[in-house]
Design a protein around this ligand. Structure first.
Ligand SMILES: Nc1ncnc2c1ncn2[C@@H]1O[C@H](COP(=O)(O)OP(=O)(O)OP(=O)(O)O)[C@@H](O)[C@H]1O
Length: 269
């Protein structure tokens, strides 16, 4: 689905951001793309979407080369950037004008998602609040049923109930042949949603693992006393948050703890 071979990329007059980066991701996953500020998450998403040109290496999405921006490519990828400007048209007019670009666009789903987000289709997009615009873009993205949906910081600006609705929507609206790539710092918002974590640091993917694998191999828990065999620990009002090797049970992955542990040098394999 998404294949990256030996990608190198630098912004003009800047040191290379990515050198020799390779990645292979199949269909049917919700992937969380994590990394510190400036790690290159948005840049990577823009490269995959064909909005930036690699200096070397190759990216393909379903066999298409993104930067060629062919109609076959554009109808199967939808990118919701972190910041965007919306046109001065009503929601229903926008849908009338744009849904046709996406052969699998599902109007029933769109109407349902807009209702769940409590948006009025007669509202003018440019006059909506930031959170409302974001909700519209998410609903539109999911309704395209594109094979690759890219969401850059989707929950920024969403109120608390909308974050829960967002999780239900993404989990409920996807087909087996779709892949969703979500870049976020709001890990709690996607913790129960994502199947896989990709961690970008210093121009490299330093971590690429599934939640199932992590939950089978490691325990993430809060304890009052530090156990002897601990891979990583953090002080917590209740005692310590720790990561240990699993003892036969599966535990829910605490992504924030995992992120901090990796940044502290803990190797998860
Ligand atoms: N248009 C640009 N021109 C030059 N440098 C840029 C440009 N856009 C981003 N950069 C630089 O590239 C690096 C990666 O930026 P990017 O926005 O991809 O990171 P990010 O991981 O998405 O960060 P954040 O979590 O803060 O959103 C940063 O050092 C940034 O300053």
């Amino acid at each position: 689905m998404i294949t990256i071979n030996n990608l190198s990329f630098a912004y003009k007059k800047q040191a290379p951001l990515f050198k020799d980066l390779s990645l292979e991701e199949g269909a049917g996953q919700i992937i969380g793309l994590l990394g510190k500020n400036g790690a290159g998450k948005t840049t990577l998403l823009q490269l995959i979407s064909g909005l930036l040109t690699p200096n070397a290496g190759e990216i393909t999405v379903n066999g298409q080369i993104p930067i060629k921006r062919s109609p076959e490519f554009l109808e199967q990828i939808y990118f919701v950037p972190e910041e965007f400007i919306m046109p001065t048209v009503k929601i229903f007019k926008f849908v009338e004008a744009h849904a046709g670009f996406y052969p699998r666009f599902d109007r029933t789903l769109f109407n349902d998602l807009i209702k769940q987000f409590e948006l009025d289709q007669n509202k003018v997009l440019s006059k909506m609040s930031h959170g409302q615009k974001k909700k519209f873009r998410i609903a539109f993205a999911l309704s395209t049923k594109c094979q690759v949906i890219i969401l850059d910081e989707p929950t920024n600006g969403l109120d608390i109930p909308s974050k829960a609705i967002f999780r239900q929507m993404v989990a409920g609206a996807l087909e087996d042949d779709q892949t969703v790539l979500i870049s976020t710092h709001q890990v709690k918002d996607v913790e129960t949603l994502i199947d896989k974590i990709l961690l970008v640091d210093n121009g490299r993917i330093i971590f690429n693992n599934t939640i199932i694998d992590l939950s089978e191999k490691y325990d993430f828990k809060i304890v009052s006393h530090l156990p002897e065999q601990v891979l990583y620990s953090e002080l917590n009002p209740m005692g310590y948050k720790v990561v240990t090797a699993a003892n036969g049970n599966t535990s829910e992955v605490d992504i924030e703890l995992l992120f901090n542990a990796i940044n502290d040098g803990v190797k998860f394999n």
